[in-house]
Design a protein around this ligand. Structure first.
Ligand code: ASP
Length: 369
């Protein structure tokens, strides 16, 4: 079977989820406002981040797993907040925060990236700076420890926007970014997910990767068992003290992807977008839909040209346009005047937000504020 089957299966629970998606969702919030926008340098910084959307339900989470995910989100948002607090840029805060998630095996990015059908880890990432409209992205990197740093380097140090495969890894190495053997990205639960998915699709299972630890003799502890939420991409949008916004996204893509498939995350306008003229967005979900519906840019276009509030624009695309085609997933977003939003049409989305002077708000399930 192909991924198409998985989408149809996902659409099965989405039918139930569509009813949930139709519920009015509380707006994520607002800081700053027009007064702050008129005073460059006087902005209250703010961050929204996600750690993936999907079938994330209380019934499938142990207290330990939930605590570990919440701790990972908290660490990431506090790391980004510290950068913004000392006057760092939105771009630098995003890199610092996303690196913590890439280094955390729980999330589908960097160390915890899912496996492609051939048994390799192929990672995508993008960064966009709303102040300059510069963007950088990498796709299908296999050795760069922190793909988000490679995306930032493409944006800041190359004349290009998107580098792929071996060339992207070579560029990252040239920029002094840490390279790792594929075995670094091996995690037992992602491997088990791949094996299960390939068996389900009646596809051949590749040999265990070179350098991977021996297969465990007994069942794994919960945190290492196969993940049952399909997604787990990470992303962040930020507003810095100077009134600039940016967006970044990093992912291992979809389990058992084939033929060097690239998703929406590294495609500017699809999974990642930022412009000081409108908003910054990072998405997570079935990338093909985010590409076809240019999700991130469409949300910002609604804000820019229709004058919609950010939450309404995000809901329009995620709760209506995507739901209509069973495009499972969610987004986080921010505007230069301090509006923040999250919107998702799946049972859950790992997410967090933090505003200067405030406390981190961390949530996983749909019914959390
Ligand atoms: N959007 C990512 C992709 O399609 C997957 C995800 O968000 O989990 O590659």
């Amino acid at each position: 079977m192909t991924n198409g089957f998985r989408w149809r299966r996902a659409a099965g629970w989405l039918t139930a989820g569509a009813a949930i998606a139709a519920m009015a969702l509380p707006a994520c919030g607002q800081v700053g406002g027009p007064a702050a926008a008129a005073n460059p340098g006087a902005h209250r910084w703010a961050i929204v981040l996600h750690g993936g959307a999907g079938v994330i339900e209380r019934s499938s989470m142990t207290p330990q797993a939930e605590a570990a995910y919440r701790a990972g989100l908290r660490h990431a948002i506090e790391t980004g907040g510290a950068v913004l607090d000392r006057g760092g840029s939105a771009v630098d805060a995003i890199e610092a925060a996303i690196k913590t998630l890439e280094d955390n095996p729980l999330f589908n990015a960097g160390k915890g990236a899912v496996f492609a059908a051939d048994g390799t880890n192929q990672m995508d990432a993008a960064m966009m700076d709303g102040a300059t409209m510069k963007a950088g992205a990498v796709a299908d990197v296999e050795h760069t420890k922190n793909p988000i740093s490679a995306a930032k380097a493409v944006m800041q140090k190359s004349p290009y926007v998107l580098l792929v495969g071996k060339g992207a890894d070579a560029f990252a190495a040239h920029e002094g970014l840490q390279q790792e053997p594929q075995s670094y990205f091996f995690t037992e639960r992602r491997w088990e997910s791949l094996v299960r998915e390939l068996q389900r699709e009646h596809l051949p299972v590749p040999p265990r990767p070179k350098g991977a630890p021996p297969a465990p003799a007994k069942p794994l502890a919960f945190l290492e068992t196969p993940d049952n939420h399909k997604y787990g991409t990470v992303g962040m949008v930020a507003l810095d003290k100077y009134g600039n916004i940016a967006a970044g996204t990093s992912t291992g893509g979809l389990t058992a992807k084939r033929w060097d498939r690239v998703g929406d995350s590294p495609l500017i306008g699809a999974g990642t977008y930022a412009s000081n003229q409108s908003c910054a967005v990072s998405g997570t979900g079935i990338g093909e839909y985010f590409i076809r519906y240019t999700v991130a840019r469409t949300i910002c276009a609604l804000v820019q040209y229709k004058g919609m509030k950010l939450q309404a624009a995000a809901d329009e695309v995620v709760q209506h346009q995507l739901v209509a085609v069973h495009g499972d997933g969610g987004v986080i977003a921010i505007t230069p005047d301090g509006q923040m939003a999250w919107s998702f049409n799946t049972p859950g989305m790992f997410r967090a937000r933090l505003v200067e002077g405030g406390k981190p708000q961390i949530a996983i399930y749909r019914d959390e504020p």
